[in-house]
Design a binder for this molecule. Structure first.
Ligand code: C2E
Ligand code: MG
Ligand code: MG
Ligand code: MG
Length: 285
């Protein structure tokens, strides 16, 4: 449809649609140019302590800024970036930028916060990843324990034995590791136990109806118990209402993220969020 056509008349890549070869080439060239022209931006979504209602840190989420100022969501370009290998350069840019932003805030006295960065399948399998992480830490000066990387459950379970190896290497650097979108993939509990991770991020699909769907509530409760038994913390994704927040708090969930607390914010708005405080909580400083 005309509505789904982009600024130059192409449609953005979408896993559910077949994109004509020439359109793909055009989008690939545009992605490449976007990187050199600095058209990507990171937005930062707060992570809130469930019991303390304190700001613990942020997750960096990429957007592609168009000339008219509009933003293209990652779901519309990350899959093609992944397919073409451009994700390598884009992901490294995101990692370095997220670390630099956190260090800038630290320089302004906004300390004790963490930064999470998402990793795609191809990035995880790139043998240069540990060196890239060390480089980003060294260049920015942020302590490794302030950096967290998120990999989705489905990516982690594609080749579990290999994932264990890679994650051990990352863990040795001293960073934290999370399994993203937990509950939507097919985790083998045997492998989950072997993964050197710190945290499970409970997928938003279980949180949406947590108060009304007993199955979802049971999945959330069981996941939180399992995680705690394994020594892992739990972040609930997609918390949109005060009722969901209270329910998750009652299940002993550790951390919450979602529109109820804040949407992902541009850097300046994120800085203001740090200074002015959390809904129902105290400022971080
Ligand atoms: P994710 O890592 O699971 O991130 C959570 C997504 O849920 C984000 O979408 C966020 O804006 C959205 N979200 C947060 N709270 C709520 C809520 O309360 N309700 C609803 N409906 N949505 C909420 P976003 O920013 O569009 O990112 C989508 C996905 O794109 C991410 O899912 C992540 O897998 C990927 N992604 C984003 N940035 C990067 C990046 O720098 N590198 C890579 N490799 N992937 C990225
Ligand atoms: Mg994530
Ligand atoms: Mg997620
Ligand atoms: Mg998710």
């Amino acid at each position: 449809s005309a509505k789904s056509a982009g600024r130059n008349g192409y449609r953005f890549f979408d896993a559910a649609m077949t994109v004509a070869a020439d359109e793909r080439l055009r989008l690939e060239a545009d992605l490449r140019r976007a990187l050199t022209n600095g058209e990507f931006v990171l937005h930062y979504q707060p992570k809130i302590g469930a019991a303390s209602r304190r700001l613990l840190g942020f997750e960096a989420l990429i957007r592609w800024q168009q000339r008219d100022g509009s933003l293209v969501a990652p779901a519309r370009f990350i899959p093609l970036a992944e397919e073409t290998g451009l994700i390598g350069a884009i992901g490294e840019w995101a990692l370095n930028t997220a670390c630099q932003t956190l260090q800038r805030w630290r320089g302004e006295g906004l300390c004790n916060l963490s930064m999470s960065v998402n990793l795609s399948a191809r990035q995880l399998r790139n043998p240069a990843l540990p060196a890239q992480v060390q480089g980003a830490l060294a260049r920015s000066g942020i302590p490794p324990e302030r950096l967290e990387m998120e990999i989705t459950e489905s990516v982690a379970m594609e080749d579990p034995a290999r994932t264990v190896e890679i994650l051990r290497e990352l863990k040795a650097i001293g960073i934290s590791l999370s399994i993203d979108d937990f509950g939507t993939g097919y985790s083998s509990l045997a492998y989950l136990k072997l993964l050197p991770i710190d945290c499970l991020k409970l997928d938003r699909t279980f949180v949406i109806d947590i108060e009304t769907d007993p199955n979802d509530a049971a999945i959330c409760a069981a996941t939180i118990r399992l995680a705690h038994t394994l020594g892992l913390s739990v972040v609930a994704e997609g918390v949109e209402t005060v009722e969901q927040a209270r329910y998750l708090d009652g299940l002993d969930c550790d951390v919450m993220q979602g529109y109820y607390f804040s949407r992902p914010l541009p850097e300046d708005a994120a800085r203001a969020f740090i200074i002015h405080g959390v809904r129902g909580g105290e400022p971080a400083i």
